[in-house]
Design a protein around this ligand. Structure first.
Ligand code: NAD
Length: 256
């Protein structure tokens, strides 16, 4: 039995309300399920309404809810926090996980392609942080977890917008952490940097690219969504109460 399944550790997010974006699939869905298993009430946010409905069923009992939203639209963030405030009176944890990949070289990337990736990965995370700070500072604080990537740390020949967006999320995280600490808001903000993880996002990647990346991982295997969910749980819960502005790399040694 893993630590997370043991009786003693089932309440690490007891009485907490968590909002997870991109929660209908992959890493976000795994985070939502682990948070729910640790006692949190989870709001799953995603733009894919059909997948969101299926994801909500997987969470089982609890007051969990599904929020159809596009993280690039600020009015959606306003509505989401208003709904959570009305329903639960607070939000304790935000995981900015929604993201999209990019796979073209810089020469083949159009300005529209670039802006689409930056909009979801960076603008969406910025809006999430901004609205979470407003909500959390009036309810005693909270924890923001921004899902960045090893793409923030290492250069790649493909997907310039992806790496740039994730590097910006890394810096934004530190800015939010410093700002909130100095303001005395009790809000922590940390970034989680997954390595190559076995999720539907990977279905959009070329098989040859995946094989090349897998062989480059020192532990010789891909990460699983649950590996990322356990790391997000640590950053979300009180066990990391002295941790803010840090970057937690979970990549099987890929970035070494
Ligand atoms: N899978 C990997 O190898 C890997 C590696 C490093 C970082 N990441 C990051 O982890 C996060 C999750 O990735 P994943 O692999 O689970 O992807 P995924 O495609 O399985 O899930 C992403 C989810 O985000 C949602 N989404 C996309 N755009 C949205 C928008 N504008 N508004 C709301 N929801 C939106 C999608 O509908 C989807 O449900 C992303 O930020 C990604 O960049 C993934």
């Amino acid at each position: 039995m893993s630590a997370i399944e043991s009786e003693a550790s089932r309440d690490r997010l007891k009485d907490k309300v968590a909002l997870v974006t991109g929660a209908a699939s992959g890493i976000g869905l795994s985070i939502a399920r682990v948070f729910a298993s640790q006692g949190a009430t989870v709001a799953l946010a995603d733009r894919d309404e059909a997948a969101l409905t299926r994801a909500l069923l997987l969470l089982g009992d609890g007051a969990h809810l599904a929020l159809a939203m596009d993280v690039t639209d600020e009015s959606n963030w306003t509505a989401a926090f208003e709904r959570l405030h009305a329903q639960f009176g607070r939000v304790d944890v935000l995981v900015n996980n929604a993201g999209i990949p990019a796979q073209t070289s810089i020469e083949d990337t159009s300005l529209d392609d670039w802006r689409r990736v930056i909009a979801v990965n960076l603008d969406g995370t910025f809006l999430g942080c901004k609205h979470a700070i407003r909500a959390m500072k009036t309810s005693g604080g909270g924890s923001i977890v921004n899902i960045s990537s090893i793409g923030a740390l290492k250069a790649s020949t493909i997907g310039p917008a992806y790496g740039a967006s994730k590097a910006a999320v890394w810096n934004l995280t530190k800015t939010v952490a410093l700002y909130c600490a100095r303001a005395g808001y009790g809000i922590r903000c940390n970034s989680l940097h997954p390595g190559l993880t076995h999720t539907p996002m990977m279905d959009q990647m070329d098989e040859a690219v995946i094989a090349r990346l897998r062989s480059a991982v020192p532990v010789q295997k891909l990460g699983e969504p649950l590996d990322m969910a356990y790391a997000a749980l640590y950053l979300a819960c009180a066990e990391s109460s002295y941790v803010t502005g840090t970057s937690l790399v979970v990549d099987g040694g890929y970035s070494l």
